[in-house]
Every structure is written in structure tokens, then in C-alpha cells.
Design a protein around this ligand. Structure first.
Ligand code: DGL
Length: 267
């Protein structure tokens, strides 16, 4: 039976959720995290919904065996597909992600908001509902293939991809770019180069970490002492993927610090 001493499960289709993990670690340094990257089944965002739901269920079973006290779905796509269903079925806290469209709308200065996410995230009802509320001036931009470039750590190709994607826009009129996929957070430095200085780049990572802290505190599951730890796991080849995960975790830790000034206080 999971309790206060149990770890927190975190998962994504691959390495994208590592960017979320860095935010969780920063907010809750006393907790143990088990991160699972479902590399074998990546990408999620261009596959049929039912197939992704099946993968998410497999990952959840894996994490439950680790006796986790909460799960963070560090993936916008998997959240859109499965979070509501899992919350109905399970009693443990499930924290999901959504594109940071609300903070973007709050900081809009009359210009455009570009929302980059997987085709599935943008298609499903969860985003459609968010868009209906906060979508004024926002343009959803599906980015099939972009997560794969992050998985390959091919940041040069990712830069060309983004350049082409943004080419039709007058970027001086873009108030914010929303990173609606956790993989894209690794592209912050690339985007910073492509965008004017005053265009905000927003992701949901810090907000998700705060939400996890709130939920754990409410359920009296928050650790108040001790040194935390991170365990990395993958459904892919451990020899290839674990070193990559460690590399990207180190990168994510620097990204957060480097870009914190671009995050509005309300996020
Ligand atoms: N990291 C993912 C997200 O936040 C999913 C990418 C994918 O598997 O297509 O949406």
C-alpha cells in the first residue's frame, strides 16, 4: 500500500517528460521519482487514440508495481487520451498536463498566440474545450515529427523544422508560443533564437509541479525530510536510452534556470 515514503511515478512516450521531471525535482527535492519513458511505443501523438490508451495502461501497471503514491503524466498527448479515464478507475492522484494556453491568454497583448503540440493533443476534446475558453487569437499548430527530432537529439533539424513552421507568421505580432508537448521544452534555446526577445515561450512544467505539490499536501503524502532520488526506466533499449535520459536531465536542469525569466509569475 503506497504511503508518504513511496515514490512518485512520472511517464511520457519517451524523453520529453524528462523536462517535466526537472521541474518536479526542483519543486519537490525530498521526493523519490520513478521516471518511465515508453520509448518502444513512441511517438504517441501520431497514433490512433485506442492504441495510445493501451500503452498508457501498460505503463500505469508497471508504475503501480513500483508502489507509487501518485502519477504525473508528463505528456500532453497521454493526458488528453487517458487522464480522465484513469482518474475514474484509480484512487491514487493522477496529475496531467495541458498546453499553457490560459497563461498565454492572460499575457496576450493583442497579438497572436501559437500553440505547438502533437496532432492528437490538438484534435482531442480536452484541448478543444481549453481553446473554446482561452483560444482568442490563438492558432493551433500540429507538429508531427518534431518529437522524433528531440528523441534523436537532432536540434539542427528541429531548428529547420521550426523555421519552416514559423515562416508564414510575422513574428513581431506573436505574443506567445505555447509548448504543448513536453518534448518541445528542449527546443527552448532554438526557439529563443528564432523569436523576438519579447515573445513569451510558455510551457506547463512549473504549473504541473505546483499542482503535484498541492495534491500531495492535501492528501498528506508530501515528504518533509530526506534527500530525494530519481530512477530512470525505459521500455526501449536500456543501454541506449538510459545514458540519453541522464544527458537530457542534465540539460533540462540548465534550461529551467536559463529560461525562468521568460515564465510569467502566474504560471
Ligand atoms: N511528449 C509528448 C507530449 O507532451 C508526446 C509526444 C509523442 O509521443 O508524440 O505530447
Amino acid at each position: 500500500m503506497a504511503g508518504i515514503a513511496s515514490p512518485i511515478g512520472v511517464f511520457d512516450s519517451g524523453v520529453g517528460g524528462i523536462s517535466v521531471l526537472a521541474a518536479l525535482e526542483r519543486t519537490l527535492p525530498m521526493e523519490d521519482f520513478v521516471y518511465f519513458g515508453d520509448t518502444l511505443h513512441a511517438p504517441y501523438g501520431t497514433k490512433p487514440e485506442a492504441e495510445v490508451l493501451g500503452y498508457v495502461r501498460e505503463v500505469m501497471s508497471h508504475l503501480m508495481v513500483r508502489d507509487v503514491k501518485a502519477v504525473v503524466i508528463a505528456c500532453n498527448t497521454a493526458t488528453s487520451v487517458a487522464a480522465a479515464r484513469l482518474r475514474e478507475e484509480l484512487t491514487l492522484p493522477i496529475i496531467g498536463m495541458e498546453p499553457a494556453l490560459k497563461p498565454a491568454a492572460e499575457h496576450r497583448r493583442g497579438g497572436a498566440i501559437l500553440v505547438l503540440a502533437t496532432p492528437m493533443t490538438l484534435r482531442l476534446p480536452k484541448f478543444q474545450a481549453l481553446y473554446a475558453r482561452y483560444g482568442e487569437g490563438a492558432e493551433p499548430l500540429p507538429c508531427p515529427g518534431l518529437m522524433d527530432l528531440v528523441e534523436q537529439e537532432d536540434f539542427a533539424q528541429a531548428e529547420s523544422y521550426l523555421q519552416k513552421l514559423l515562416q508564414p507568421y510575422d513574428l513581431r505580432q506573436v505574443d506567445a508560443v505555447v509548448l504543448g508537448c513536453t518534448h518541445y521544452v528542449f527546443l527552448r534555446p532554438v526557439l529563443r533564437r528564432l523569436l523576438p526577445d519579447n515573445t513569451l515561450i510558455l510551457d506547463g512544467n512549473a504549473g504541473t509541479a505546483r499542482q503535484l505539490a498541492r495534491v500531495l499536501s492535501k492528501r498528506k503524502l508530501l515528504r518533509e525530510a530526506g534527500a530525494g532520488s530519481i530512477t530512470l526506466e525505459t521500455s526501449g533499449s536500456a543501454d541506449a536510452v538510459l545514458p540519453q535520459m541522464r544527458r537530457l536531465l542534465a540539460l533540462a536542469r540548465t534550461l529551467e534556470t536559463g529560461e525562468a525569466s521568460f515564465l510569467p509569475q502566474t504560471l
